[in-house]
Write a protein that binds this ligand. Structure first.
Ligand code: SF4
Ligand code: SF4
Ligand code: SF4
Length: 282
């Protein structure tokens, strides 16, 4: 590719150990923009990005996790295997190549497809503002084991969702409208009166920050690992079908898509599971 004299002179001022890589990157970006000649402007833009390390770190996606694996006591369930599967799905989508073709000019972090996984509803990795947000949950249920009325479950619940009756031995009632399925009450019960009914993931789609921020739209129900992987795969396919010019998934995913995906991806819901599998909670 042809370089102007000014561009060549600017390249000579780049540190020698990165000069060849800067030249290759400048030409790659110029070609992507349909240019046949490199000018001083292209060199300066690429040089700034290269030396700041921004472009080198862009992978096309970002998979963020919380500190649950580090021993966080609030962890509702281990998400390690899910995260590994998602990493493989995201890598095989070749999003960097896709974005490189679609985006005119340099890739920025905000072009990347972002998935966040949190190991409990405290949501420290900020899933509600990512393209796909995933939150691990544990759904509590009462068992036939007698309750000692120690009150530990009620004291542990940050939502005030546990109510103890005045009658000895009766298990607590859980207000399903308040319960966020963090599972803290389950871990505190010394008698086994409270146990885990099942666990899984809440899934939010289309969250974003920026000029027009929006919290992700939550698909109804709680999903198992396979279904979460399937939803993420569908989100990637959707992005590649419709994401022209580097448009973000969160900008493309609107109310109409949400309604269609809610019908298609039907998560296990609290009421259905309780009545089908366990009988009604007291
Ligand atoms: S999301 Fe929950 S498990 Fe993860 S770091 Fe935050 S409090 Fe801990
Ligand atoms: S699982 Fe529900 S009832 Fe139990 S502590 Fe969490 S919010 Fe409260
Ligand atoms: S359900 Fe368990 S934690 Fe709650 S009051 Fe009864 S024994 Fe205590």
């Amino acid at each position: 590719m042809e370089w102007t004299a000014e561009a060549e002179a600017a390249l000579k001022r780049v540190p020698f150990f990165v000069r060849r890589r800067v030249r290759a990157r400048v030409e790659e970006e110029a070609r992507a923009e349909g240019k046949r000649r490199v000018t001083l402007a292209e060199v300066r833009a690429a040089q700034a990005r290269f030396l700041s390390g921004e472009d080198a770190e862009i992978r096309g996606f970002r998979l963020e996790t919380c500190f649950g694996p580090g021993g966080c006591p609030h962890r509702a369930l281990p998400t390690d295997r899910l995260v590994e599967r998602l990493e493989r799905v995201l890598q095989s989508a070749q999003l960097y190549d896709f974005l490189r073709r679609e985006v005119r000019g340099p890739l920025r972090f905000h072009h990347e497809f972002r998935v966040a996984v949190a190991d409990c509803p405290n949501a420290c990795s900020q899933p509600p503002i990512r393209d796909v947000g995933i939150i691990g949950v544990r759904v509590p249920e009462t068992t036939v084991e007698p309750c000692s009325r120690c009150g530990a479950c009620r004291d542990a619940c940050p939502e005030g969702a546990v109510r103890l009756s005045d009658t000895d031995g009766r298990p607590p009632a859980i207000d399903l409208d308040r319960c966020l399925h963090c599972g803290l009450c389950i871990g505190r019960c010394p008698t086994g009166t409270l146990a885990e009914a099942w666990n899984g993931y809440r899934v939010l789609l289309g969250g974003r920050l920026g000029r027009h921020p929006r919290l992700g739209l939550e698909l109804p129900g709680i999903f198992d690992e396979d279904r979460v992987v399937e939803i993420v795969q569908e989100a990637l396919d959707f992005l590649k079908r419709h994401g022209r010019g580097g448009e973000r998934f969160a900008r493309l995913f609107g109310e109409r898509e949400f309604a269609a995906w809610s019908r298609r991806f039907c998560g296990r819901s609290e009421g259905a599971a309780v009545s089908l599998d366990r009988g009604p909670m007291p």
